[in-house]
Design a protein around this ligand. Structure first.
Ligand code: MG
Length: 353
């Protein structure tokens, strides 16, 4: 078992262990005085693990309710949250009760947002089952939903009281969803750890996945602890994301996974920072090779003008400026502020202009 402590305003632990799903109630019990627990999950994940989670919670003495929504990013919207509020209110959930988020990033983000807002905030536990959620979205307290204008534009910072990661759940993941998570894993290497990046180059991540999860979560823990509300350092976690969000939007959040879009975004941004002499030549190529190794795309057919136009609603923009995340080198990142009107010029390949 591996354990990490996150010293945010409301501190919490992250526990990584195989088979911990079956005993989740034991981990949760000391942390809450809840009578009722709402397990929120989607139609893919609940059939796999829902009953064993429910059984463990019931054996610990909780009255357990479940709310399951249809799997898919397109469900990540306010109408689904509204259904969650109904399930909570109809079953008499009070402020001391608990939500358990069981599933991938979409489930964690939405269950977390319901927890942040129902009765002005109740406790929740994250049990992430996808690689993306285990290495990234379940830690750090970002919750929210998409609106037609863009991804995650409505949400709240709301930390879980516990994160339980069982790497056994990765065995039921499709290759595409494993690659989805690897996009974020590679990002952690790029922004903060040359050692992790080189480990991913040298070895097969799948065979050392427990260590990889630990590496990523401890990087994220360090960053979030220092900057819970994304005023500075936390922005580095958005490397590749400004362009990724724009591409995901152009693909209607369907054909391109988040991790795939992040992979393309990291390569594009690094090609741009190389041609602006901010990053050593060859860095983008090295990132692209690593992405390819883990079955991730490195380019997109969406015209660059369209991508840039759709970054206008990006959360990392302030007034007329936008903060880009670029690499000084593999394992070392920085923010780089430019005027929004110069973004196209910064990103578009010089030889094609
Ligand atoms: Mg992300």
């Amino acid at each position: 078992m591996k354990k990490l402590h996150v010293a945010t305003g409301n501190p919490y632990d992250i526990i990584i262990d195989r088979n911990l799903l079956n005993s989740c109630g034991t981990y949760i019990k000391p942390l809450t005085k809840a009578n009722r627990v709402m397990v929120i999950s989607d139609s893919n994940v609940f059939p796999l693990y829902g009953e064993s989670i429910k059984k463990s919670l019931e054996n610990t003495g909780y009255q357990v309710f479940t709310y399951t929504f249809k799997a898919g990013e397109e469900q990540k919207r306010l109408s689904t949250i509204n259904e969650m509020y109904n399930a909570l209110a109809d079953n008499g959930f009070t402020r001391k009760d608990l939500i358990v988020a069981l599933g991938g990033g979409v489930t964690g983000d939405m269950a977390g947002f319901a927890a942040a807002t129902y009765l002005r905030g109740i406790d929740f536990v994250q049990i992430p089952t996808s690689l993306l959620a285990q290495v990234d979205s379940s830690v750090g307290g970002k919750t929210g939903v998409d609106i037609p204008q863009g991804k995650n534009l409505v949400g709240a910072f709301w930390q879980p009281i516990l994160v339980l990661i069982d790497p056994n759940t990765l065995s039921t993941l499709s290759d595409k969803l494993f690659a989805d998570g690897m996009g974020e894993v590679i990002k952690y290497g790029c922004i903060k750890s040359r050692e992790l990046f080189e480990k991913l180059e040298r070895l097969n991540a799948n065979s050392i996945i427990d260590d990889i999860i630990y590496d990523c979560v401890s990087i994220k823990r360090d960053v979030v602890q220092n900057d819970e509300r994304e005023k500075g350092q936390r922005m580095l976690l958005n490397f590749g994301h400004t362009l990724a969000h724009a591409m995901e939007k152009e693909h209607n959040y369907s054909t391109l996974t988040h991790g795939e879009a992040v992979a393309i975004g990291m390569v594009m941004m690094t090609l741009a920072s190389e041609q602006n002499n901010l990053t050593p030549t060859g860095t983008a190529n090295r990132i692209a090779r690593l992405c390819e190794k883990y079955s991730l795309p490195t380019a997109d057919t969406t015209p660059i003008q369209k991508i840039v136009r759709s970054t206008s609603g990006d959360k990392k923009s302030a007034g007329n400026a936008i903060s880009l995340i670029i690499l000084k080198d593999i394992g070392c990142s920085q923010t780089y502020k430019i005027d929004k009107k110069d973004l196209l010029q910064f990103i578009a390949p010089k030889d094609k202009m």
